[in-house]
Design a protein around this ligand. Structure first.
Ligand code: SF4
Ligand code: SF4
Length: 474
């Protein structure tokens, strides 16, 4: 029996994947999206917050993390918002307001609000062999080597953010447009991959209008805005992965043909467009880091905590080696065994093992995202109240700017923490299984074959959720 098309698919058999509601069809929202000062005012606001974060990082130096503005805002508030709200619901909306690449972009444009499509800088093209997620995979993994310092040493957060800003400026002066965001920024890759799961998207509305529009001003830019800074063709791209949601195409399209859609979560997981091993490994790395972080930070193994925090150099090197091996080799190797079994069960030799491996890896995204959300609850509920303190006393100077500096440390809802984490993980498991079956069906294009080939994948996902359950409940 042939596979149903993506248009006929339903999420969990209930919610049609082809349903869309264009928020920009509401006049006031479209009006807002077309203003030049939006989202620039959000960028300027966040630039102020990040300036305070950087300053507090220097002033906090080696002090304890709980009373550091930088650590609390970046690793509690920002990270939680990113994983729980921005990525799963609003796709790459953080990129829309991220201040980190802005200085480089302003230097290219020599403008902040106005339009100048005659961009400065060397405008070089990024090497073809680097136009993928591999560099971001390694950089993000490399960043996590220092995870034991980021949450306790304000200076480490300062150095990380400072390095991102400096590299962003240098690359903006050498390479075209948002090359840095597309191929280098360590925060970008996982947002791109996980935004396939998002409940929103930006897409062109009517392809016939685009076909007739010779100038394609969403690509070239015009007096109202810039040609897509993320080097996409806004009229025809198909997945959220590389759309930075900068809203320029809403300003440059003379026919108001761009939509900001609400849709079924995970719709892009079924879009077979530019899938690759780089994205497969991104999903392994994200899953592996979630496991490793939880094990190190919340688990009972003191020796592992000592390794991660670098109490001894040898211990830290052991952590780096173990962490790298686990993420880059062990998880992919285990997944490969189940993919091999899946292809064997299908009896189909005409579909390559590589195709099956890449396609099925996308079903790990819901589970990975759920693991990160569950992990985020683990530090939001016990430690969230510190935020009230640091916003009143950002430089640990005894200030009480908003009258909340004396708010005591108050864990919130911690007796519900484990049940909340279990429910979150279970939802991720169910969605992964649902998309796993859909991806198997898409890969083999035959329902009877797909049912057989899905069994090993379901076993893998079930073993993974049991392991998570043991980890979070143990
Ligand atoms: S500018 Fe608008 S109509 Fe023209 S190609 Fe782009 S999205 Fe389509
Ligand atoms: S201009 Fe490009 S990056 Fe910006 S919202 Fe449109 S498609 Fe996305």
């Amino acid at each position: 029996m042939p596979e149903p098309s993506n248009q006929e698919q339903k999420l969990l058999g209930l919610f049609p994947m082809n349903w869309r509601f264009d928020m920009a069809s509401v006049p006031v929202i479209r009006w807002l999206l077309k203003r030049r000062w939006f989202p620039m005012i959000l960028i300027l606001f966040n630039m102020f917050i990040f300036a305070v974060i950087l300053l507090s990082g220097v002033m906090g130096g080696f002090s304890s993390g709980n009373y550091s503005f930088g650590i609390m805002i970046v690793w509690i508030l920002w990270w939680v918002l990113l994983m729980m709200l921005f990525v799963p619901v609003l796709s790459r909306t953080w990129c829309l307001m991220c201040p980190l690449p802005s200085i480089g972009e302003w230097l290219q444009r020599l403008r902040i609000f106005d339009v100048n499509n005659d961009l400065g800088g060397l405008n070089r093209k990024w090497p073809h062999w680097l136009r993928n997620m591999w560099l971001m995979n390694f950089l993000f993994l490399g960043t996590t080597f220092f995870s034991g310092f980021f949450t306790v040493r304000p200076l480490a957060t300062f150095l990380l953010l400072g390095a991102i800003i400096v590299v962003g400026i240098v690359l903006s002066l050498v390479f075209e447009k948002r090359t840095f965001c597309l191929y280098v920024c360590p925060v970008s890759g996982f947002q791109g991959l996980y935004s396939n799961m998002a409940a929103t998207e930006i897409r062109a509305k009517n392809p016939e209008i685009c076909a007739k529009h010779q100038k394609k001003t969403c690509v070239t830019g015009n007096k109202n805005g810039y040609g897509c800074p993320w080097l996409l063709e806004p009229h025809s791209f198909k997945r959220n992965t590389y759309c930075g949601m900068c809203l320029e195409c809403f300003k440059t399209c003379p026919f108001d043909n761009m939509a900001f859609n609400v849709r079924a979560p995970g719709t892009d997981l079924l879009v077979d467009d530019k899938r690759g091993l780089d994205e497969a490994w991104k999903s392994f790395i994200m899953l592996g880091i979630a496991v490793m972080f939880y094990t190190a930070m919340m688990g009972p193994w003191g020796w592992l905590k000592d390794w991660v925090r670098g109490n001894t150099f040898g211990g830290w090197l052991s952590f780096v080696g173990l962490h790298t091996l686990f993420n880059l080799v062990v998880i992919p190797a285990i997944f490969f065994v189940f993919v091999w079994l899946s292809r064997k069960a299908s009896g189909r030799k005409d579909v390559s093992l590589k195709t099956v491996f890449i396609n099925l890896s996308y079903c790990l995204i819901p589970l990975g995202l759920a693991a990160w959300i569950a992990f985020s609850f683990g530090f939001l509920l016990p430690n969230g109240s510190y935020i009230l303190h640091v916003i009143s006393d950002p430089f640990a100077r005894g200030w009480n700017l908003l009258g909340t500096a004396k708010f005591p440390w108050t864990p919130f809802g911690t007796s519900w923490l484990v049940p909340i984490q279990f429910v979150t993980l279970f939802v991720g498991y169910v969605l992964s299984a649902d998309f796993g079956y859909k991806l198997t069906l898409q890969t083999y294009a035959d329902q009877a074959v797909a049912r057989r080939a899905f069994v090993p994948l379901l076993v893998f996902l079930t073993l993974a959720i049991i392991a998570f359950g043991w980890l979070y409940g143990g």
